[in-house]
Write a protein that binds this ligand. Structure first.
Ligand SMILES: *Cc1c(COP(=O)(O)O)cnc(C)c1O
Length: 338
């Protein structure tokens, strides 16, 4: 029997019946007036989870990242990120547009930066150079194939930033995947970052939303920036309720997505039409194909399996809560038969 399997992204999930129930019964108000109690509860809950003072609910991870960059820089500054960073590659040039900031791109291994890579790229005080004011890390690294920082990787980077007077922001679109893999505790993250973006609509399965976490002063300013970007929402507690439900019910199950990704990675490693398979850490599987990726994607599509190419000969599978064990088994069968 042919199944449908959507491995394009962990953004394709639909709300579960329990999540819809929570949304339906949410208490709401006008959040621009600060009166939506469900949004207030989500912001407080997420901040407490990460040991941060405050939070702000936004429609997308792009918006939380862009607001954070605006909060932590001045025009003419420069930020440092890996060359694969979502903030640089996939946010439409927003760093330059929204913040008038330039970007210094580094070459981390699978997108993971180290103090040794960062330190030489911090500009000295000199009117010829943009002023370096911010480092942005991503955990997990999307383009790194779901690669993870542990807190032990992060601590010396945070130490360097503190010593040099730089702010440190985490694009934690998939931070819960990283925590599931590394075993680090979310609550310990707050003391190392000035800002943390957490996506509710990736592996956590909410239909919309991301929260930016920081200290109270930063979040107060972030509310101003969110408004000017057009992100001030009204009775969005219906969406925040989905986020709260996701934080309560969809974190522990991420281990299932990781196990599924590992099964796919192991299978791919044994196939003659597959080249390199990037070691699987979380819910993303990246692999190279001998034929053009587009030809493989077309064959998969005929069998009901959707995936995406991230290069001429590279395919990406992402597992998530709408991909069940039987669909993984089915996918393995199809991959074997290609
Ligand atoms: C998805 C994603 C985001 C945010 O994307 P939105 O689609 O704007 O919510 C940010 N960073 C990374 C690494 C992502 O994968």
């Amino acid at each position: 029997m042919q199944l449908t399997v959507d491995l394009r992204s962990d953004t394709v999930t639909k709300p579960t019946p329990g999540m819809l129930e929570a949304m339906w019964s949410a208490k709401v108000g006008d959040d621009v007036f600060g009166e939506d109690e469900t949004i207030n509860a989500l912001e407080a809950k997420a901040a407490a989870m990460f040991g941060m003072e405050a939070g702000i609910f936004c429609p997308s991870g792009t918006m939380t990242n862009q607001i954070a960059i605006k909060c932590f820089t001045q025009p003419l500054d420069e930020l440092i990120s890996d060359q694969t960073a979502h903030v640089y590659r996939y946010e439409g040039g927003g760093i330059a547009f929204n913040s008038a900031v330039s970007t210094r791109l580094l070459n981390g291994y699978r997108g993971i930066l180290t103090p040794e890579l960062i330190e030489p790229e911090i500009n000295a005080e000199n009117i010829h150079y943009p002023h370096t004011s911010l480092v942005v890390l991503e955990n997990t690294v999307n383009k790194g194939g779901g690669s993870c920082y542990t807190l032990d990787h992060i601590k010396p980077i945070a130490g360097l930033c503190q010593e040099k007077g730089l702010k440190l922001h985490l694009d934690g679109a998939r931070i819960f995947n990283a925590l599931a893999h590394t075993g680090d505790a979310a609550v310990n993250y707050g003391k190392y970052f000035n800002g943390i973006s957490v996506c509710l609509s990736k592996g956590l399965g909410a239909p919309v939303g991301s929260v930016l976490l920081a200290d109270k002063e930063t979040i107060k300013y972030a509310r101003r920036i969110r408004k000017v970007l057009g992100g001030g929402m009204r009775q969005a507690g219906f969406l925040a309720a989905a986020g709260i439900y996701a934080l309560d019910h969809h974190i522990e199950r991420l281990a299932i997505d990781h196990a599924h990704a590992r099964i796919l990675g192991e299978e791919l490693g044994s196939l003659s039409w597959v080249g390199n398979v990037i070691p699987v850490e979380t819910n993303i599987v990246l692999f190279d194909t001998v034929e053009p990726a587009s030809a493989i994607l077309a064959k998969l599509a005929e069998k009901g399996i959707k995936a995406s190419d991230t290069g001429k000969n590279r395919i990406r599978f992402v597992t998530h809560l709408d991909v069940h064990a039987e669909q993984i088994e089915y996918t393995v069968g199809v991959l074997k038969g290609l």
